[in-house]
Unconditional design. Structure first.
Length: 558
């Protein structure tokens, strides 16, 4: 959507006209949606919408201590569906004029200010407000309106912040996101960010007011809506899950562990517009290690640059597809590392005070992501949802995430998650039912023993008992990848006896019995060891990749 010629409602009306044609149902009366439903062939009960217009919500966050309130603010912004373009903190090592210059240059859509626990010192927070005031930041869109600013810091500093920024910005005060060191309170700030995004930023999009009138529920930013359905599913099924949405410009990672929801946006990792950043961040060697043939560096670089210049092209040859899948593995891997670093328990809290803590007040927060406790991985985004073969999506996620023990994998078949996220706020049961039945494609279950050994050595023995009473016994060697068919509606019981140095979650050498669920791909036994280490020698690596690919039928014409 490019302003000011386009009207956002045009796309919506065109899409609805197409649905009318396919369903044989009359939904539109001119430019109006017929609601409520009149009969079996006319109208709909409600129209709901998500919006990713404007290239995402670009936010700058400020805190006092970078790895305490700065990080809490970042989590609040990311959870609200924003892309964080910078984190400014009193102790980030930048001089005042550098901070002011940065605020001025970045032109965010919104600023989130945090800092200090309630009742604590106000000096640093006020100082940051002065820098923002001096920078006089201009919003990215719309020259006539004031920049939205959410203040979610020490409540004692509210009057001064209001005094300094009340005139210059569209200031909103909300509860402190870190009222005491031991607790984060992110929801009020997240809600305010949502409201301001729709009220200020999206209002700059032509036709947006019309769209709000058409919708029967508040319009949600797309990533936030995906987060809502992830959280709903995890709570309903009591799961620990990781979800990923890999797009052209960004990769979003969602997780729910022990009921705690986190979301991060890797704004520089994507499959088209940001593909060169994946190359820069992962390094050429890390991408090349997944390519199952010999290719010189320059050719690979040129292919990556071509994709950035022509983002809508799709691979025409098997070589191109394999290169794209190699890049996707690295984008997914890096986005998860980024997510793990932010989905942490709080920093700066004294769990137990010892003499060393007196000198080292900052305890590093421990990541909440525990791959052994992970029940389900949900993949979404073009490269995963539309891979030519479902087994490719499964292997890409297994290679990138290196799941441990027993983990179920699935993909969102038609990118319905955002819409179901909004629907779940109106009718949770309807949304989750559609999600499980029509949206999710269960790929199968991956069993990955932890440990390493020489190729060909015994990794684990297994006995699988299928629901029809059939029994399959076998031995998995190190370096093996094995696929056992198990349909989506089937379960099986598996007993795994790992080798003495190998662990499946119960301890080294301890046997594990699990009930596993099938999927369109089946049961994947991964004996490649954890952490996964590919051979360093080029020829050996290509041979290993070819062996794995043929073992699971990854690219049949190879």
């Amino acid at each position: 959507m490019e302003a000011p010629f386009e009207d956002v409602t045009r796309g919506v009306l065109n899409a609805i006209a197409e649905i009318e044609e396919l369903s044989g149902r009359k939904i539109l009366d001119g430019d109006k949606i017929i609601t409520p439903c009149r009969d079996a062939k006319t109208g709909v009960d409600i129209y709901i919408s998500t919006s990713s217009a404007g290239g995402g919500l670009q936010m700058m966050v400020t805190g006092v201590v970078q790895n305490m309130t700065g990080e809490s603010a970042q989590r609040a912004a990311l959870g609200a569906g924003a892309i964080v373009i910078d984190v400014l903190a009193s102790n980030d090592g930048r001089l005042p004029h550098e901070k002011i210059e940065r605020i001025r240059a970045m032109r965010p859509d919104m600023i989130l200010m945090s800092g200090g626990t309630d009742g604590g010192a106000v000096t640093h927070v006020v100082e940051m407000a002065e820098y923002i005031s001096a920078a006089e930041p201009r919003p990215r869109f719309g020259a006539t309106y004031k920049l939205p600013l959410v203040y979610a810091g020490n409540t004692a500093a509210q009057p001064q912040v209001k005094n300094i920024l009340g005139e210059k910005t569209a200031l909103v005060l909300t509860d402190n996101i870190r009222p005491v060191l031991e607790r984060e309170n992110l929801a009020p700030a997240r809600d305010k960010i949502h409201d301001l995004f729709l009220e200020h930023v999206m209002q700059q999009a032509p036709g947006y007011k019309k769209l709000i009138e058409m919708a029967g529920a508040p319009i949600m930013p797309t990533p936030a809506a995906v987060g809502v359905i992830m959280e709903t599913i995890a709570k309903r099924e009591h799961l620990n899950l990781i979800g990923v949405d890999i797009g052209g410009a960004t990769t979003d990672v969602f997780s729910v562990f022990e009921g705690l929801f986190n979301r991060t946006v890797s704004a520089n990792l994507g499959m088209s517009y940001s593909i060169s950043n994946v190359l820069a961040e992962a390094g050429l060697a890390n991408i090349m290690r997944w390519v199952p043939f010999t290719i010189d560096e320059q050719t690979l670089r040129n292919r990556i640059k071509n994709k950035m210049v022509r983002p809508t092209t799709i691979p025409q040859t098997l070589d191109e597809l394999q290169i794209e899948h190699a890049i996707a593995r690295e984008a997914l891997r890096l986005a998860l590392i980024h997510h793990k670093s932010l989905a942490t328990s709080l920093k700066g809290i004294q769990q137990e005070r010892t003499i060393s803590d007196v000198f080292e007040q900052q305890q590093s927060g421990k990541t909440l992501i525990d791959m052994l406790k992970l029940d389900l991985i949900v993949g979404s985004g073009g490269i995963l949802s539309h891979a030519p073969r479902r087994v490719q999506s499964m292997v890409m996620m297994v290679d990138a995430y290196e799941p441990l023990g027993v983990t179920r994998l699935s993909v969102d078949s038609i990118f319905m998650m955002p819409h179901l996220g909004v629907l779940s706020t109106i009718d949770e049961k309807a949304a989750t039912d559609v999600f499980v039945r029509d949206c999710m494609v269960y790929l199968g279950t991956c069993i990955a023993p932890i440990g390493q050994g020489k190729d060909g050595e015994r990794c684990a023995d297994y006995v699988i008992t299928f629901s029809d009473g059939r029994v399959e016994k076998g031995s998995l060697a190190f370096g093996d990848l094995r696929l056992i068919p198990l349909a989506a509606d089937q379960k099986a019981s598996i007993v795994i006896q790992p080798a003495k140095q190998v662990n499946l979650g119960a301890g080294a050498g301890v046997a594990v019995t699990r009930e596993v669920q099938g999927g369109v791909v089946g049961l994947l036994l991964d004996g490649r060891g954890r952490p996964l280490q590919l051979p360093t020698d080029h020829n050996l690596r290509v041979a290993a990749l070819m062996k794995w690919h043929s073992a699971v039928g990854l690219y049949p014409s190879e």
